[in-house]
Write a protein that binds this ligand. Structure first.
Ligand code: GTP
Ligand code: MG
Ligand code: ZN
Length: 308
Protein backbone atom coordinates (compact mmCIF):
# COMPACT_ATOMS: atom_id res chain seq x y z
CA UNK A 1 0.00 0.00 0.00
CA UNK A 2 1.34 3.46 -0.77
CA UNK A 3 0.46 6.39 1.44
CA UNK A 4 0.49 9.85 -0.06
CA UNK A 5 2.75 12.55 1.36
CA UNK A 6 1.22 15.35 3.41
CA UNK A 7 1.95 19.01 3.96
CA UNK A 8 2.24 20.45 7.44
CA UNK A 9 3.82 22.93 9.82
CA UNK A 10 6.43 22.14 12.48
CA UNK A 11 5.00 22.76 15.96
CA UNK A 12 7.91 21.66 18.17
CA UNK A 13 10.82 19.29 18.44
CA UNK A 14 12.99 17.61 21.05
CA UNK A 15 15.76 15.06 20.72
CA UNK A 16 15.33 14.54 16.99
CA UNK A 17 11.58 13.90 17.20
CA UNK A 18 9.48 16.65 15.67
CA UNK A 19 5.77 17.23 15.86
CA UNK A 20 4.14 18.34 12.62
CA UNK A 21 0.54 19.45 12.27
CA UNK A 22 -0.86 18.48 8.89
CA UNK A 23 -3.21 20.61 6.84
CA UNK A 24 -6.00 18.30 8.00
CA UNK A 25 -5.17 19.26 11.61
CA UNK A 26 -3.59 15.94 12.62
CA UNK A 27 -0.45 16.06 14.79
CA UNK A 28 2.19 13.53 13.77
CA UNK A 29 5.51 12.67 15.37
CA UNK A 30 8.10 12.65 12.64
CA UNK A 31 11.83 12.23 12.16
CA UNK A 32 14.09 14.05 9.76
CA UNK A 33 15.34 12.31 6.60
CA UNK A 34 19.11 11.73 6.62
CA UNK A 35 19.95 14.13 3.84
CA UNK A 36 18.14 16.93 5.71
CA UNK A 37 20.45 16.40 8.68
CA UNK A 38 23.57 17.29 6.71
CA UNK A 39 25.51 20.41 7.57
CA UNK A 40 24.52 22.34 4.48
CA UNK A 41 20.81 21.60 4.92
CA UNK A 42 18.73 24.34 6.57
CA UNK A 43 18.31 23.72 10.29
CA UNK A 44 14.70 22.80 10.91
CA UNK A 45 12.80 25.23 13.12
CA UNK A 46 9.29 25.58 14.46
CA UNK A 47 7.10 27.30 11.90
CA UNK A 48 8.78 25.55 8.98
CA UNK A 49 6.39 24.30 6.29
CA UNK A 50 7.31 20.73 5.42
CA UNK A 51 6.28 17.73 3.37
CA UNK A 52 6.12 14.51 5.38
CA UNK A 53 6.21 11.02 3.93
CA UNK A 54 5.87 7.52 5.32
CA UNK A 55 9.26 6.52 6.77
CA UNK A 56 11.28 3.96 4.81
CA UNK A 57 11.33 1.59 7.76
CA UNK A 58 8.57 1.04 10.24
CA UNK A 59 5.22 2.73 10.17
CA UNK A 60 6.21 6.26 11.21
CA UNK A 61 6.57 9.45 9.23
CA UNK A 62 9.59 11.47 8.17
CA UNK A 63 10.14 14.98 6.91
CA UNK A 64 11.14 14.70 3.27
CA UNK A 65 11.25 18.36 2.34
CA UNK A 66 11.54 21.73 4.06
CA UNK A 67 9.82 24.44 2.04
CA UNK A 68 11.50 27.81 1.44
CA UNK A 69 10.96 30.30 4.28
CA UNK A 70 9.36 33.68 3.86
CA UNK A 71 11.24 34.93 6.93
CA UNK A 72 12.86 33.72 10.10
CA UNK A 73 13.95 34.93 13.51
CA UNK A 74 17.61 34.13 14.13
CA UNK A 75 19.97 35.09 16.87
CA UNK A 76 23.38 34.05 18.06
CA UNK A 77 23.44 30.66 19.76
CA UNK A 78 24.16 30.93 23.49
CA UNK A 79 27.70 30.34 24.74
CA UNK A 80 31.08 31.21 23.28
CA UNK A 81 30.46 29.58 19.93
CA UNK A 82 29.82 31.80 16.92
CA UNK A 83 26.77 30.03 15.59
CA UNK A 84 23.30 30.85 14.42
CA UNK A 85 20.16 29.73 16.21
CA UNK A 86 16.95 29.87 14.22
CA UNK A 87 14.23 30.47 16.78
CA UNK A 88 11.32 30.18 14.36
CA UNK A 89 10.57 30.23 10.64
CA UNK A 90 7.89 32.06 8.66
CA UNK A 91 7.43 34.73 11.29
CA UNK A 92 5.34 37.88 10.79
CA UNK A 93 6.16 39.76 13.97
CA UNK A 94 8.14 39.62 17.18
CA UNK A 95 6.43 40.43 20.47
CA UNK A 96 9.05 41.45 23.02
CA UNK A 97 7.66 40.98 26.51
CA UNK A 98 9.09 42.68 29.59
CA UNK A 99 7.60 43.19 33.04
CA UNK A 100 7.27 46.66 34.54
CA UNK A 101 8.80 45.13 37.71
CA UNK A 102 9.58 41.58 38.88
CA UNK A 103 11.89 41.15 37.14
CA UNK A 104 13.18 44.74 36.87
CA UNK A 105 13.40 45.66 33.16
CA UNK A 106 16.84 46.43 31.69
CA UNK A 107 16.51 48.83 28.75
CA UNK A 108 19.79 47.62 27.17
CA UNK A 109 18.34 44.13 27.11
CA UNK A 110 15.11 45.39 25.53
CA UNK A 111 17.22 47.12 22.87
CA UNK A 112 18.93 43.83 22.10
CA UNK A 113 15.67 42.00 21.55
CA UNK A 114 14.42 44.81 19.32
CA UNK A 115 17.59 45.06 17.23
CA UNK A 116 17.47 41.31 16.65
CA UNK A 117 13.94 41.63 15.28
CA UNK A 118 15.05 44.56 13.10
CA UNK A 119 18.10 42.67 11.86
CA UNK A 120 15.76 39.90 10.72
CA UNK A 121 13.55 42.47 8.94
CA UNK A 122 10.65 41.63 11.24
CA UNK A 123 8.30 44.15 12.74
CA UNK A 124 8.34 44.25 16.51
CA UNK A 125 5.98 45.33 19.25
CA UNK A 126 6.63 45.69 22.93
CA UNK A 127 4.47 44.30 25.72
CA UNK A 128 4.99 45.65 29.22
CA UNK A 129 3.31 43.12 31.49
CA UNK A 130 2.47 43.10 35.22
CA UNK A 131 1.16 46.67 35.19
CA UNK A 132 -0.92 45.65 38.22
CA UNK A 133 2.33 45.94 40.20
CA UNK A 134 3.06 49.60 39.29
CA UNK A 135 1.21 52.70 38.21
CA UNK A 136 0.53 52.85 34.50
CA UNK A 137 1.88 56.41 34.37
CA UNK A 138 5.19 55.24 35.79
CA UNK A 139 5.28 52.40 33.28
CA UNK A 140 4.57 54.71 30.36
CA UNK A 141 7.31 57.09 31.51
CA UNK A 142 9.85 54.27 31.61
CA UNK A 143 9.22 53.21 28.04
CA UNK A 144 8.45 56.58 26.41
CA UNK A 145 11.61 56.40 24.27
CA UNK A 146 10.35 53.23 22.59
CA UNK A 147 6.99 54.74 21.85
CA UNK A 148 8.76 57.74 20.31
CA UNK A 149 10.99 55.44 18.26
CA UNK A 150 7.78 54.12 16.71
CA UNK A 151 7.27 50.78 18.47
CA UNK A 152 3.68 49.90 19.34
CA UNK A 153 3.53 49.26 23.09
CA UNK A 154 0.94 47.28 24.99
CA UNK A 155 0.56 47.64 28.74
CA UNK A 156 -0.90 44.43 30.09
CA UNK A 157 -1.75 42.50 33.21
CA UNK A 158 -2.87 38.90 33.33
CA UNK A 159 -4.03 39.35 36.91
CA UNK A 160 -6.38 42.31 36.58
CA UNK A 161 -6.68 41.66 33.52
CA UNK A 162 -5.67 44.58 31.28
CA UNK A 163 -4.71 45.22 27.64
CA UNK A 164 -5.52 41.69 26.53
CA UNK A 165 -8.21 42.39 23.91
CA UNK A 166 -6.00 44.85 22.01
CA UNK A 167 -3.10 42.39 22.06
CA UNK A 168 -5.26 39.48 20.90
CA UNK A 169 -6.42 41.61 17.99
CA UNK A 170 -2.91 42.17 16.61
CA UNK A 171 -2.04 38.49 16.90
CA UNK A 172 -4.99 37.39 14.79
CA UNK A 173 -4.09 35.63 11.51
CA UNK A 174 -0.34 36.22 11.93
CA UNK A 175 2.60 34.24 13.21
CA UNK A 176 4.06 35.98 16.24
CA UNK A 177 7.04 35.01 18.37
CA UNK A 178 6.84 35.86 22.08
CA UNK A 179 10.31 36.54 23.42
CA UNK A 180 11.88 38.29 26.41
CA UNK A 181 13.54 37.49 29.74
CA UNK A 182 12.43 34.63 31.96
CA UNK A 183 9.59 35.25 34.41
CA UNK A 184 8.05 38.28 32.67
CA UNK A 185 4.85 36.36 31.96
CA UNK A 186 5.05 35.29 28.31
CA UNK A 187 3.31 31.97 28.91
CA UNK A 188 0.87 33.55 31.38
CA UNK A 189 -0.12 36.11 28.75
CA UNK A 190 -0.72 33.45 26.13
CA UNK A 191 -2.85 31.49 28.60
CA UNK A 192 -4.86 34.61 29.44
CA UNK A 193 -5.31 35.43 25.75
CA UNK A 194 -6.17 31.85 24.72
CA UNK A 195 -7.38 29.83 27.71
CA UNK A 196 -7.29 26.61 25.65
CA UNK A 197 -3.49 26.65 25.42
CA UNK A 198 -2.85 25.65 29.07
CA UNK A 199 0.88 26.47 28.99
CA UNK A 200 3.05 25.84 32.03
CA UNK A 201 3.81 28.98 34.03
CA UNK A 202 6.43 29.45 36.71
CA UNK A 203 6.33 30.32 40.36
CA UNK A 204 7.66 33.83 40.43
CA UNK A 205 10.03 33.51 43.38
CA UNK A 206 11.75 30.45 41.99
CA UNK A 207 11.75 31.07 38.28
CA UNK A 208 13.03 34.62 38.56
CA UNK A 209 15.48 34.39 41.42
CA UNK A 210 17.02 31.04 40.68
CA UNK A 211 16.90 31.59 36.94
CA UNK A 212 14.93 28.43 36.37
CA UNK A 213 13.12 28.56 33.08
CA UNK A 214 9.56 27.35 33.03
CA UNK A 215 9.23 27.12 29.27
CA UNK A 216 11.80 24.88 27.57
CA UNK A 217 12.16 25.02 23.82
CA UNK A 218 10.11 27.05 21.35
CA UNK A 219 6.57 25.79 20.71
CA UNK A 220 4.33 26.91 17.89
CA UNK A 221 0.66 27.01 18.83
CA UNK A 222 -2.17 27.32 16.30
CA UNK A 223 -4.63 30.01 17.35
CA UNK A 224 -8.38 29.68 17.33
CA UNK A 225 -9.61 31.69 14.35
CA UNK A 226 -6.27 31.69 12.53
CA UNK A 227 -2.62 32.50 13.09
CA UNK A 228 0.09 31.06 15.30
CA UNK A 229 2.07 32.10 18.35
CA UNK A 230 5.47 30.82 19.38
CA UNK A 231 6.15 30.67 23.12
CA UNK A 232 9.89 30.66 23.80
CA UNK A 233 11.96 30.14 26.95
CA UNK A 234 13.17 33.37 28.55
CA UNK A 235 16.69 34.49 27.75
CA UNK A 236 19.19 35.89 30.18
CA UNK A 237 21.43 37.19 27.43
CA UNK A 238 20.84 37.49 23.77
CA UNK A 239 23.19 38.28 20.90
CA UNK A 240 22.77 39.36 17.32
CA UNK A 241 23.67 37.13 14.44
CA UNK A 242 24.80 38.09 10.95
CA UNK A 243 24.77 41.85 11.54
CA UNK A 244 27.74 43.91 10.36
CA UNK A 245 28.69 46.73 12.75
CA UNK A 246 28.05 49.17 9.89
CA UNK A 247 24.46 47.93 9.64
CA UNK A 248 23.60 48.38 13.29
CA UNK A 249 22.26 51.93 12.89
CA UNK A 250 19.53 50.51 10.63
CA UNK A 251 18.33 48.41 13.56
CA UNK A 252 17.35 51.51 15.56
CA UNK A 253 14.36 53.10 13.76
CA UNK A 254 15.09 56.59 15.08
CA UNK A 255 18.74 56.36 13.88
CA UNK A 256 17.68 54.82 10.59
CA UNK A 257 15.51 57.87 9.94
CA UNK A 258 18.50 60.23 10.19
CA UNK A 259 21.54 58.24 9.08
CA UNK A 260 21.30 59.31 5.43
CA UNK A 261 21.63 62.94 6.46
CA UNK A 262 25.08 62.50 7.99
CA UNK A 263 27.90 64.10 6.00
CA UNK A 264 29.76 60.78 5.60
CA UNK A 265 28.03 57.75 4.16
CA UNK A 266 30.03 55.51 6.53
CA UNK A 267 29.44 57.73 9.58
CA UNK A 268 29.73 55.74 12.80
CA UNK A 269 27.85 58.55 14.62
CA UNK A 270 30.62 58.68 17.23
CA UNK A 271 32.63 61.81 16.54
CA UNK A 272 32.35 62.68 12.86
CA UNK A 273 31.48 66.27 11.92
CA UNK A 274 27.97 67.01 10.64
CA UNK A 275 26.52 63.86 12.11
CA UNK A 276 22.73 64.04 11.90
CA UNK A 277 22.38 61.34 14.53
CA UNK A 278 24.39 63.24 17.14
CA UNK A 279 22.49 66.40 16.25
CA UNK A 280 19.31 64.39 16.83
CA UNK A 281 20.54 63.44 20.27
CA UNK A 282 21.37 67.08 21.07
CA UNK A 283 17.96 68.31 19.90
CA UNK A 284 16.17 65.56 21.79
CA UNK A 285 14.80 63.86 18.68
CA UNK A 286 16.79 60.76 19.63
CA UNK A 287 16.70 59.47 23.18
CA UNK A 288 20.19 59.65 24.73
CA UNK A 289 19.94 56.20 26.35
CA UNK A 290 19.00 54.61 23.05
CA UNK A 291 21.95 56.37 21.38
CA UNK A 292 24.32 55.13 24.07
CA UNK A 293 22.89 51.66 23.71
CA UNK A 294 23.72 51.85 19.99
CA UNK A 295 27.31 52.86 20.78
CA UNK A 296 27.73 50.01 23.21
CA UNK A 297 26.26 47.38 20.95
CA UNK A 298 28.34 48.66 18.04
CA UNK A 299 31.47 48.34 20.17
CA UNK A 300 30.49 44.78 20.96
CA UNK A 301 29.85 43.84 17.31
CA UNK A 302 33.21 45.34 16.31
CA UNK A 303 35.08 43.39 18.95
CA UNK A 304 33.38 40.16 17.86
CA UNK A 305 34.40 40.95 14.28
CA UNK A 306 38.02 41.49 15.34
CA UNK A 307 38.04 38.15 17.15
CA UNK A 308 36.79 36.02 14.27
N1 GTP B 1 1.59 40.36 39.19
C1 GTP B 1 1.59 39.74 38.02
N2 GTP B 1 2.22 38.54 37.90
C2 GTP B 1 2.20 37.92 36.69
C3 GTP B 1 1.54 38.50 35.57
N3 GTP B 1 1.69 37.66 34.52
C4 GTP B 1 2.43 36.60 34.97
N4 GTP B 1 2.73 36.76 36.28
C5 GTP B 1 3.50 35.82 37.11
O1 GTP B 1 4.86 35.81 36.66
C6 GTP B 1 5.44 34.52 36.88
C7 GTP B 1 6.14 34.04 35.61
O2 GTP B 1 5.18 33.80 34.61
P1 GTP B 1 5.48 32.91 33.31
O3 GTP B 1 4.30 33.07 32.43
O4 GTP B 1 5.91 31.54 33.65
O5 GTP B 1 6.74 33.70 32.69
P2 GTP B 1 7.54 33.36 31.35
O6 GTP B 1 7.91 34.68 30.75
O7 GTP B 1 6.76 32.45 30.48
O8 GTP B 1 8.87 32.64 31.91
P3 GTP B 1 9.82 31.57 31.17
O9 GTP B 1 8.95 30.48 30.60
O10 GTP B 1 10.75 31.09 32.24
O11 GTP B 1 10.57 32.33 30.09
C8 GTP B 1 4.31 33.61 37.34
O12 GTP B 1 4.38 33.49 38.73
C9 GTP B 1 3.05 34.37 36.94
O13 GTP B 1 1.95 34.08 37.76
C10 GTP B 1 0.88 39.76 35.74
O14 GTP B 1 0.29 40.36 34.83
N5 GTP B 1 0.95 40.32 36.99
MG1 MG C 1 7.15 30.58 29.74
ZN1 ZN D 1 26.34 60.16 11.85
Amino acid sequence: MTVASEEGVVLRGTGGVWVVRTLAGVEREVSLRGRLKQDNAPKLAVGDRVTIEPAERGDGWAIGEIHPRTSSLSRRAPGMRQAERVVAANVDQVVVVFAVVKPEPHPRMLDRFLTIAEANDLSARVVINKVDLASEAAARGKFAAYERAGYPIHYTSTKEPRGLDALREVLHDRTSVFTGPSGVGKSSLLNALYPGLSLRVGEISESVNKGRHTTVGAWLHPLPGGGYVVDTPGLREVGMWGVEPTELDRCYPELRALRDECRFADCTHRAEPDCAVREGVESGAIDRDRYESYLKLREELESVERQY
